[in-house]
Design a binder for this molecule. Structure first.
Ligand SMILES: [Fe+2]
Ligand SMILES: [Fe+2]
Length: 285
């Protein structure tokens, strides 16, 4: 990634060059009768969770309003995320199980304002984790077209993670004071298990349901995560995050305790946060 100038210009071209088209997905090859009902139920909940980019993009444009470059990148990110919703929806149409328009509005969540550095790091980790889930599901799903869909959207999520990483490194380059907030949020995302993703955290404040909890049968998504993702996958994910944090801090952070020591030396708090906005505020205070 070029160091100077807006990232949007390069990201647009980079993602455009890799972009897949909906028309490439061979929906006509799906053998509808052979797909177990529980797989259709699961894809339906996954489809509705992908709709959450709608709530997230409103939050990003509000909380990152000072960062024009990032807000421009959001146009590409939002397009691709909504395409994930659409491609899963198109697959569900084969079964007559696509979500109805009336179902969507009640799922809406207003994400509370939070300091942007923590949000950036949280979404970097979230995209990596989601990419890992989708790649696994591209291997284990029983229906070949669905496997190809998960491969495509998994690759998109990992490319998104790369973009978030670029914005984190640039933020650190421009203002080293934000590094502690970035590292604290990434540390928090590495602690406490398989399911930690922006869509599984309290969406609108302490005690409020997460995006996944708002979705009908959202539990199916988390059950599939627990069933298909193991400790070795999480260790690989952690390795990727630690590598980025090492670059960010210009220090060798090979383990989570290394990160804890690094943040302690800089006066960061240790307690595990509980909800998105309140905890990102605490990380930044
Ligand atoms: Fe997505
Ligand atoms: Fe993504």
């Amino acid at each position: 990634m070029k160091k100077s100038g807006p990232f949007y210009d390069g990201i647009f071209r980079r993602l455009e060059a890799k972009r897949w088209r909906l028309a490439e997905v061979p929906f006509g090859d799906v053998d509808v009768a052979s797909v177990p009902a529980e797989v259709v139920d699961f894809v339906r909940s996954n489809c509705l969770v992908e709709l959450s980019s709608l709530y997230a993009v409103r939050m990003f444009l509000r909380d990152f309003r000072e960062n024009v470059d990032f807000c421009q990148f959001m146009s590409v990110w939002y397009f691709e995320e909504m395409k994930h919703y659409l491609v899963l929806r198109e697959w569900l149409k084969l079964f007559g199980r696509e979500p109805s328009e009336e179902e969507l509005a009640p799922l809406d969540a207003e994400l509370l304002p939070a300091p942007w550095p923590g949000t950036l790091a949280m979404h970097y980790c979230g995209e990596l984790r989601l990419g890992m889930w989708y790649h696994r599901w591209s291997e284990v799903m029983p229906e070949p077209v669905l496997r190809s869909i998960y491969r495509r959207i998994g690759e998109d999520e990992l490319r998104h993670a790369q973009c978030y990483r670029d914005f984190m490194l640039r933020a650190a380059e421009r203002d080293p004071a934000v590094v502690l907030d970035l590292v604290q949020a990434a540390k928090w995302m590495m602690v406490g298990g398989l399911e930690k993703h922006p869509t599984t955290l309290a969406a609108s404040g302490p005690g409020e349901p997460s995006v996944v909890e708002r979705v009908p049968e959202g539990g199916l998504l988390l059950a599939r995560v627990r069933e298909t993702i193991g400790a070795a996958d999480e260790a690989r994910l952690r390795g990727k995050i630690l590598s980025t944090l090492s670059t960010l801090c210009d220090a060798e952070l090979a383990t989570l305790p290394d990160v804890v020591r690094w943040t302690r030396r800089r006066g960061g708090a240790d307690e595990p946060p509980l909800d998105r906005a309140a905890d990102l505020r605490r990380i930044a205070s």
